[in-house]
Write a protein that binds this ligand. Structure first.
Ligand SMILES: [Fe+2]
Ligand SMILES: [Fe+2]
Length: 260
């Protein structure tokens, strides 16, 4: 089963740039690249920071842009998103309790989409109602599960990023630990960095955004950095006995030689 992972598309007004990059232009480039190489993907998930400022107009544009996209798409929200504005445009991706969470069954298992956002802060939260929701979803099905979320569920040890990590990450990892045998992989975004590791023994990966890129600058203790590394998206191949995850740097402008 092939799955596409996009994150941190940070849409903003047409023609506007963030850090010298145009989010809509780069999102279009990512979609074109996905269609050229991976139109056979079963699912594409965008793990948040969909709109840079939580603007309803960005969500309306995204809904229109994805309407005829041939790969099914699911969305998570991030700290730059506005939950109410998002839900007003994508009501099907939220639950009656208001959180943007849900599930989608694939050939590789049941995908769970988590809401880690908290108003008025860039840090992530996973409050008791959301913890209960995740416990119930994991308990009611045999799996396997794939989890998707915006905030990093484990520390990166880069100070500015960890200040806005999932602040309830210990509780989150305890839930994962109780169900680890059924969870194949956790995909997340937010850090704008290629990352790999594990959460309570469950493998996890992240990647650069389709617009935003950061450098792992451990000497910086205050500010999250932005750099000019290539814009990226992810491709995951999920088989019964392995998972392979690529970060495709579609923004790479350099040369490429092939050997035969
Ligand atoms: Fe972001
Ligand atoms: Fe974020």
């Amino acid at each position: 089963m092939k799955l596409i992972h996009l994150s941190d598309i940070h849409l903003t007004a047409p023609g506007s740039t963030i850090g010298g990059r145009d989010p809509r232009y780069n999102f279009e480039r990512a979609l074109a690249h996905v269609l050229a190489d991976h139109s056979d993907a079963e699912l594409m998930v965008i793990t948040g920071d969909l709109s840079n400022c939580g603007d309803r107009t960005d969500y309306e544009w995204l809904r229109g842009r994805l309407a005829d996209f041939p790969v099914p798409v699911r969305l998570c929200i991030g700290n730059h998103d506005d939950r109410a504005a998002f839900v007003s445009v994508f009501p099907a991706f939220s639950e009656p309790d208001g959180f943007v969470q849900g599930f989608h069954d694939t050939a590789a298992g049941r995908c769970l989409f988590l809401d880690t956002c908290e108003p008025q802060t860039h840090a992530g939260r996973y409050c008791e109602p959301r913890q209960d929701w995740l416990e119930q979803r994991l308990a009611e099905h045999d799996g396997p599960f794939l989890l998707f979320m915006h905030h990093n569920p484990m520390p990166t040890h880069i100070g500015p990023i960890d200040q806005i990590r999932l602040l309830d990450d210990v509780r989150f990892r305890q839930i994962v630990a109780r169900h680890r045998e059924k969870i194949r992989h956790i995909f997340f975004g937010h850090c704008h960095l290629p990352l790999g590791g594990s959460v309570a023994g469950v493998p996890t990966t992240s990647l650069r955004g389709t617009n935003h890129a950061s450098y792992p600058l451990f000497s910086e203790t205050v500010m999250v950095n932005a750099c000019d590394l290539p814009e990226s998206y992810g491709v995951a191949f999920i088989a019964p006995d392995y998972v392979t995850v690529h970060m495709v740097e579609f923004g790479y402008q350099g040369t490429m030689e092939t050997e035969g």
